[in-house]
Design a protein around this ligand. Structure first.
Ligand code: NAD
Length: 328
């Protein structure tokens, strides 16, 4: 019998790639999302369009004892969406409701293995003030002080999943993702993240002009390529370790240096114009000691390799859009 998996948020960036991966492993896969993926046709055997805030929808999609459930659905976006404060109530209400509904439905179906994608955004701001020396070890989470309501909801939901393990004998697994990027993700419209936004700005800029970067550009982050994210995700779900554990890269880079990397790839002569904008914490990097110890694995791909693939994809999307406009 084929193993079965449910991917919540299958219309999203990570969920879309995860469905493809699970299919390649031989699973029967059901995806569920508010909408289909904009950039790729889903490989899922069954794709339900539905709102996971609605318990009736959740009961309909969690209609059997899946071998693996991946809960990736969330109301989220890049800095322009989660750090402005304008979407706080929606982010908290929508994501918490999804998690409450999905987890409880899984419990009622006696499903054991549920993966939950938390975020590095739950780490306290006070450990991320120095761009050159942030602390994101898993045990630095408390006393809690995330810099966004998005991070607070992640913290609540992490605890929710682990409470179901403790009280109901479930085997949920919790990862804290650090900036996942790659082709076939949001690259325009306001919910895109830094790597995609920078690739788009570079791809659409004329030689000799400048691209705008939010903040002074000295803020640091690390970015993990989608394939490695999926490797860590499936390894964690199938392991005996419940987490929470970081799934991220340890290759930290300033945002201006990331922009320089993309400009260099493009072959264009572009300047960088640092402007005011939402930027989040000053520094953030994954700490991979725990994942290496517990899973005997950690991400290792060079940032530049993943950025090249992402830039090439976004540049081709930009070209395709221009051609469509020209033809219209
Ligand atoms: P995404 O926005 O591309 O995907 C999330 C999907 O959830 C979307 O397709 C959206 O339509 C769906 N969704 C939202 N509300 C829903 C609802 N009420 N019912 C059904 N579906 C709903 O995001 P992603 O980058 O693929 O992230 C997946 C998960 O990983 C999220 O939980 C996110 O918080 C977490 N995460 C992502 C990153 C990252 O860098 N991408 C970093 C940390 C954590």
């Amino acid at each position: 019998m084929k193993k079965t998996a449910l991917v919540c948020g299958a219309g999203g960036f990570i969920g879309g790639h995860l469905v493809t991966r699970l299919k390649s492993e031989g699973f029967w896969v059901r995806g569920v999302d508010l909408e289909f993926n904009k950039y790729q046709e889903s490989d899922a055997d069954d794709f339900a369009i539905g709102d996971l805030r609605d318990q009736n929808v959740v009961a309909r999609v969690v209609d059997r004892k899946f071998d693996e459930v991946y809960q990736l659905a969330a109301d989220m976006g890049g800095a322009g969406y989660i750090f402005t404060g304008e979407n706080d109530a929606s982010v908290m209400h929508n994501s918490a409701t999804i998690n409450l509904n999905v987890l409880d439905a899984c419990h009622k179906r006696n499903i054991k293995r549920v993966f939950y994608s938390s975020s590095a955004c739950m780490y306290p701001e006070y450990n991320q003030l120095d761009p050159n020396n942030p602390n994101c070890s898993e045990d630095s989470a408390y006393p809690a002080n995330p810099d966004s309501e998005y991070g607070w909801e992640k913290l609540f939901s992490e605890r929710l999943y682990l409470a179901y393990n403790r009280n109901f004998g479930m085997e949920c697994r919790v990862a804290r993702y650090h900036n996942i990027f790659g082709p076939k993700g949001t690259w325009t419209g306001g919910k895109e993240k830094a790597p995609a936004a920078i690739c788009r700005k570079v791809a659409t800029s004329k030689d000799g002009s400048s691209i705008e970067i939010w903040g002074d550009g000295l803020q640091t982050r690390s970015f993990l390529f989608i394939d490695e994210c999926l490797e860590g995700t499936t390894r964690l779900l199938r392991s005996s370790f419940e987490g929470p554990v970081n799934i991220g890269s340890e290759e930290m880079i300033s945002i201006n240096d990331l922009a320089r990397m993309v400009i260099d790839m493009s072959g264009k002569n572009l300047g960088i114009n640092n402007i005011d904008g939402p930027e989040g914490v000053r520094g953030r990097n994954s700490d991979n000691r725990l994942i290496a110890e517990m899973l005997d694995w950690k991400p290792s791909q060079k940032l530049r390799d993943g950025i090249q693939l992402t830039y090439d994809w976004i540049a081709s999307e930009v070209g395709r859009r221009h051609n469509q406009l020209d033809g219209a």
